[in-house]
Design a protein around this ligand. Structure first.
Ligand SMILES: Cc1cc2nc3c(=O)[nH]c(=O)nc-3n(C[C@H](O)[C@H](O)[C@H](O)COP(=O)(O)OP(=O)(O)OC[C@H]3O[C@@H](n4cnc5c(N)ncnc54)[C@H](O)[C@@H]3O)c2cc1C
Ligand code: SF4
Length: 328
């Protein structure tokens, strides 16, 4: 690991001011991803700005939602009684990720900004457009079992690894940002980018901008939502496919639904087409089949991951059937 400076910021203003003095500054949350990347010589920041002192609270918003500080740990968020009761898909997504020790360190801001787990990205001898723009992509013709089936480009076929982000997309969360140009918020679904020709640019974050909080809206149907993750081992593994879902059925008709997929795309994937195909339709198997068909029609398998299309279809159907059964 190369030598670096270390600063501990007392608040967001100080963190941004210190960061602005360096080209190669990185904010440090729990360090569970960033420090690994530094050890592997993939990230080589000149300066780390420790932001764990910032915003560790979870508070009620006036609109009936929750405001989650970026420094809240994954463990604390999963254990919060309001999250467990009002947004169980989020608590389950968090608990399905990593190990208890890592969740105790990992922060909300760091979790949504963790880098891909593509093996070629971690291998500095491999060609990777995300690490080095223009270098090529060894995953295209290489071992690509874990890679994307939706929204990929010839420049990059990696998937986003965060479980929490899948739930946040389904819940219509907003992300609160603060940087040299001031404060702003945006829909979480717009925060991560598809790879296009620049897979190295992964989010809409501006230089030196911080995530300060995530806001969950009041969403009554989320109280009986769920998250299901399919992976190679029962624990300590990233998703092959995951589904975050909430559904409302009124008099046998789907009146509202929130659906998102993980493990299938460069960003947490909101399944808008499936949602549109369900709302106003009878809560039946035929509706679910049509919805998954609509969502996966544009799926493009690579050499090793065609199974993900059928897996995504089955997990969506299974989760939605279970939720609709509870609600009809
Ligand atoms: C063995 C292992 C298994 C794992 N399994 C899973 C899994 O199954 N599912 C899953 O979702 N995750 C998994 N993870 C990833 C883990 O959840 C992430 O490493 C963790 O959430 C990152 O949070 P952190 O606070 O440690 O981030 P850090 O490592 O501190 O930071 C990550 C990135 O975010 C930036 N950053 C951090 N906070 C902010 C902020 N507030 N504003 C702007 N930038 C910021 C940093 O500069 C850095 O670029 C696993 C990790 C390991 C090591
Ligand atoms: S899939 Fe993306 S991250 Fe993996 S090698 Fe290709 S460019 Fe790099």
């Amino acid at each position: 690991m190369r030598a670096f400076d270390y600063h501990r910021a007392a608040d967001s203003e100080q963190a941004i001011r210190v960061a602005a003095g360096y080209d190669a500054a990185r904010y440090l949350g729990g360090g569970t991803n960033l420090v690994d990347l530094m050890r592997e010589h993939i990230e080589q920041p000149a300066t780390l700005i420790d932001i764990t002192a910032l915003s560790q609270g979870i508070t009620e918003t006036t609109a009936g939602g929750l405001l989650i500080g970026a420094g809240v740990t994954n463990s604390a968020l999963a254990a919060d009684h309001r999250v467990r009761q009002r947004y169980p898909m989020l608590a389950r997504a968090l608990l399905s990720g990593a190990s208890a020790q890592i969740r105790n360190m990992a922060t909300v801001g760091g979790n949504v900004l963790q880098r891909t787990r593509c093996v070629y990205f971690y291998d500095t001898a491999a060609h990777c457009n995300k690490r080095e723009p223009g270098a090529g992509c060894d995953a295209l013709e290489g071992f690509n079992r874990n890679h994307a089936i939706l929204g990929a480009s010839p420049a990059c076929v990696s998937v986003h690894p965060s479980d929490m982000s899948v739930a946040l997309v389904a819940l219509d969360a907003r992300v609160h940002l603060e940087g040299p140009a001031g404060k702003r918020t945006m829909a979480f679904v717009d925060f991560h980018r598809l790879p296009g020709e620049r897979p190295d640019i992964e989010t809409e974050l501006a230089p030196h901008e911080l995530i300060t909080a995530i806001e969950l809206p009041a969403l009554p149907l989320a109280a009986r939502s769920t998250y299901r993750k399919v992976r190679d081992r029962a624990s300590y593994a990233f998703a092959l496919v995951s589904v975050a879902a909430a559904v409302e059925v009124t008099n046998g008709i789907v009146s509202d639904v929130r659906l998102a997929l993980g493990g299938v795309a460069h960003k947490p994937w909101r399944a808008i087409k499936a949602e549109q195909a369900m709302v106003g339709q009878p809560a039946t198997d035929a509706t679910l089949e049509a919805a998954t068909e609509a969502e996966l029609a544009e799926a493009r398998p690579l050499r090793d991951n065609g199974f993900k299309i059928e897996l995504a279809r089955r997990v969506m159907v299974s989760v939605l059937t279970e939720l609709m059964g509870e609600r009809s």
